[in-house]
Every structure is written in structure tokens, then in C-alpha cells.
Design a protein around this ligand. Structure first.
Ligand SMILES: [Zn+2]
Ligand SMILES: [Zn+2]
Length: 306
């Protein structure tokens, strides 16, 4: 069995309520299973119901090990950690993979802060599970049964990894959170006045951006399922959200089509986006791209088997 279940679909902040019933209000959390391996990408607030599901179904059946793969340490991706019930269970092994941070900081250090008494009633050292932290860069991680997890850096204001799960000839890729690379060294400012970036530096930057985007497409190559950060419409992105670290629906679709992806799930919905808005956009995107790719907005609770 190789599957993905979506426990959290939102970016930025949880937004439960009558307008988010269909697509969900929890922040990002994606369960990936490859036979005996129970994995999860990010522990946003969706990790709480995931933990309750495990408690009801898997723990009684003898589950003792879970792997977490953390894309990055922004709140919407880590804040659910202390509400994940298995962290309180003695004998439970939890391996947490994340990348290196600036100034020697680490996910473990940030969680230690998050779980200090100023913010939370239970400290990290008081959790009963055997929690092990691993820092990784771009590499291939190997797990029992032939599961491989490949990592790739993404463009975001915090060090951030995309994850590619490969098992039994199939693949699931998570691109969270990610903005397309673009030329930061434009030779002219918006007002038309010359900036201090010279033309050669600008050309180099344009080339670097192009290569960065091509590498992400290659990382997703022929994936069966891709879950892609698509927080904005193309118009929102270009007019208000440049440099905020996220992609548009159109960017996610075009990159996935270029990579030959079979099924694209657009995720990390903006918290202000209601069910009716997401439904309308989904319809529009299906009309625009549906002949080239199977494309859906991610819905909390949806599960896909490969
Ligand atoms: Zn996010
Ligand atoms: Zn982020």
C-alpha cells in the first residue's frame, strides 16, 4: 500500500468555521504510508486529528514508530506538535527530519522554546515518546521495505525542503512552501531609474532563477501525485504577494504539467479563501488545465491510494 491522506490544507493560520467545511480549516499535515512505514509531512494543526486517528486505529494494532518530515519551521507547519497524542506515549519512537537553520538554530531548539512554560504547560523533556531529531540537506533517505525519501531545497523565507516519496515504482511529491525563483537583481527599478545592479549581475541572476525553477520541475518529474503550495491566484501573487514565499495556482499547474505529473493537489489554501471561492477556482482551473493534468483543490480528509 502506498497512500496519502490530507489532514491539513491551510496555510498561515487555522480557520475552522462554516465557510471552510468542505476544504478544511486545519494547517498543513499530510500522512504518507508505504506499507509498514507511517510518515507525515509537517505537523500543522491537522496533526491533532491525525494523532487521534492513529490512537483509534493503529496504536491498538501495534504501531510503535512514526517518521515526520518537516518542510520548514513556520508556525503553520509546526504548531500542532504538542497536540499530537503519540508524543505522550512511552515506547513510541518518533523520528523527525528537518533541515539546518541559520545561526546554528534547529527545529529541536525551536520546539523546546514553543514548549516552554511561557507558551505551553508541558515541556519538550516531559514528553514520554522517544523523539529523535535529524537534520538533513539535499539527500536520499532510505527506509525499510524500499521506501526512499528524496529532499530538495525550495525558495522560501526560511530554509525549506520539498520531499519526494518513492515506493514500488510510484511517487508522491510535496512542495510546501515554495515561491518560483525570480531575478532579484533587476537592472532597473520600477520607476525606470537605474539601480545599482549591473547588467551582468542581472543576467547571472536571471539564469540562476531559471535553473532553480528547472530543478524543481525535475524534482517532480513524472510523479503520480504532487501536493503543491498554491496560496494565491496569479493576480494576487503579482500585485501584492511577491517575495512572500508562495506560488500561485497557475504556477503550480504549469510546473506540474511541465514535469509530467499525473495528479496535482493544490494545497496551503489562504485562510481567507471560503469553500465557495475554492470551488469556483477549482472549476476554472479544471477548465483551463484539465485536458493536460488531473487537478484538484486539496480537501481535508481526502485520501488517495497508488
Ligand atoms: Zn506555510
Ligand atoms: Zn512558510
Amino acid at each position: 500500500m502506498f497512500s496519502i491522506t490530507i489532514w491539513g490544507t491551510r496555510g498561515s493560520i487555522a480557520c475552522p468555521g462554516q465557510y471552510t467545511n468542505e476544504f478544511g480549516g486545519n494547517t498543513t499535515c499530510l500522512e504518507v504510508r508505504a506499507d509498514g512505514n507511517v510518515c507525515c509531512v509537517d505537523f500543522g494543526t491537522g496533526v491533532r486529528p491525525f494523532g487521534e486517528y492513529l490512537e483509534e486505529h493503529d496504536l491498538p494494532a501495534g504501531l510503535t514508530h512514526i517518521n515526520f518530515f518537516i518542510t520548514h519551521t513556520h508556525w503553520d507547519h509546526i504548531i500542532g506538535f504538542p497536540m499530537f497524542k503519540p508524543v505522550f506515549i512511552k515506547g513510541m519512537k518518533i523520528d523527525i527530519y528537518s533541515t539546518y537553520m541559520p545561526n546554528g538554530k534547529s527545529l529541536k531548539g525551536l520546539l523546546r522554546n514553543e514548549l516552554s512554560y511561557e507558551y505551553w504547560p508541558v515541556n519538550l523533556r516531559e514528553l514520554n515518546a522517544d523523539i529523535r531529531f535529524h537534520q538533513v540537506r539535499e539527500e536520499t533517505l532510505r527506509f525499510p521495505g524500499g521506501l526512499r525519501v528524496i529532499t530538495h531545497y525550495l525558495n522560501h523565507p526560511a530554509p525549506d525542503l520539498g520531499y519526494r516519496f518513492e515506493y514500488g515504482g510510484k511517487s508522491i511529491v510535496v512542495i510546501h512552501d515554495s515561491e518560483p525563483f525570480f531575478n532579484q537583481f533587476l537592472p532597473f527599478s520600477k520607476g525606470g531609474r537605474a539601480s545599482f545592479f549591473d547588467i551582468d549581475a542581472s543576467r547571472e541572476a536571471a539564469k540562476a532563477a531559471e535553473e532553480g525553477n528547472a530543478k524543481i520541475i525535475s524534482f517532480m518529474k513524472a510523479a503520480d501525485i504532487v501536493v503543491y503550495d498554491a496560496q494565491y491566484t496569479e493576480e494576487e501573487y503579482k500585485t501584492e504577494k511577491l517575495n512572500w514565499g508562495h506560488s500561485s495556482y497557475q504556477c503550480a499547474a504549469q510546473n506540474s504539467i511541465a514535469a509530467g505529473v499525473k495528479h496535482l493537489l493544490l494545497n496551503h489554501h489562504d485562510p481567507s479563501r471560503s469553500d465557495s471561492e475554492l470551488l469556483a477556482y477549482e472549476k476554472k482551473l479544471k477548465k483551463e488545465y484539465g485536458s493536460q493534468i488531473n487537478i484538484d483543490m486539496a480537501r481535508e480528509g481526502a485520501s488517495f491510494n497508488l
